[in-house]
Design a binder for this molecule. Structure first.
Ligand code: DX5
Ligand code: ZN
Length: 220
């Protein structure tokens, strides 16, 4: 059974000078989770925020924080981001392929829901033996690093593959998601939709959130 549909606005597209109001605006529009993008300038060629800002976001938010780590050596930072308030904590497989099992163990010990992310050029096959210990698979539909990129439809097959294996955890898509690109992802079995530009730049954010979560039964 596919878990419930969820919409997670990516704060990367929010106005960082007014973060508290942007969190409230996303929540009023119907956001289920807040997607928080952490970049280190090494794993991806961009820098964003660290644990102190996540802590402040946690204090202001009333929805779970879905923290997407795009950093090298994620195991070194797992506990710190968990303490800062992450509810879902995802790391990239590519950043941990040499010590994947140990990294997964480290993340499991945090008590967070554990996610593993894959960039568009990385298959989901290496995750298959470990799926029982992975709560969420984050299928990137752009290369991690920047908001506002174009959705890559070729990643949809990975979503279908995960569900064909019987994976019943969360399958999240992130990158170039809007009302049109969400459709093939949803049909393939994705249930968590991250969107930055589409939601924060919408004239009516609530309508945009609703468009990503079109079935009445989805919100319970
Ligand atoms: C990109 C980030 C995304 C990004 C999505 O590396 O992981 O979460 O904010 O932005 P949009 O929805 O604008 O593609
Ligand atoms: Zn992200």
């Amino acid at each position: 059974m596919t878990p419930p549909l969820r919409v997670a606005p990516s704060l990367l597209a929010a106005d960082f000078a007014r973060l508290g109001q942007e969190l409230a605006r996303a929540e009023a529009a119907g956001a289920d989770w807040h997607h928080v993008d952490v970049m280190d300038g090494h794993f991806v060629p961009n820098l964003t925020i660290g644990p102190p800002v996540v802590e402040s976001i946690k204090a202001a938010a009333t929805r779970p924080l879905d923290v997407h780590l795009m950093i090298e050596e994620p195991g070194r930072w797992a506990a710190r981001f968990a303490e800062a308030g992450a509810d879902v904590l995802s790391f990239h497989y590519e950043a941990a392929r040499d010590d994947f099992v140990a990294t997964l163990d480290t993340f499991r010990k945090t008590g967070c829901r554990v996610g593993v992310a894959v960039n568009p050029d990385c298959g989901v096959e290496p995750l298959q033996p470990h799926l029982e210990r992975i709560d969420l698979v984050l299928v990137m539909s752009v290369f991690a690093g920047f908001g506002g990129q174009k959705f890559m439809p070729e990643v949809v097959g990975k979503i279908r593959q995960l569900r064909a294996w019987g994976y019943d955890g969360d399958v999240e898509v992130d990158g170039g998601i809007n009302d049109a690109t969400a459709v093939p992802c949803r049909e393939a079995g994705a249930n968590v939709f991250v969107a930055g530009t589409y939601l924060f730049r919408a004239t009516d954010m609530a309508a945009a959130v609703a468009a990503l979560r079109p079935t009445a039964a989805a919100r319970s």
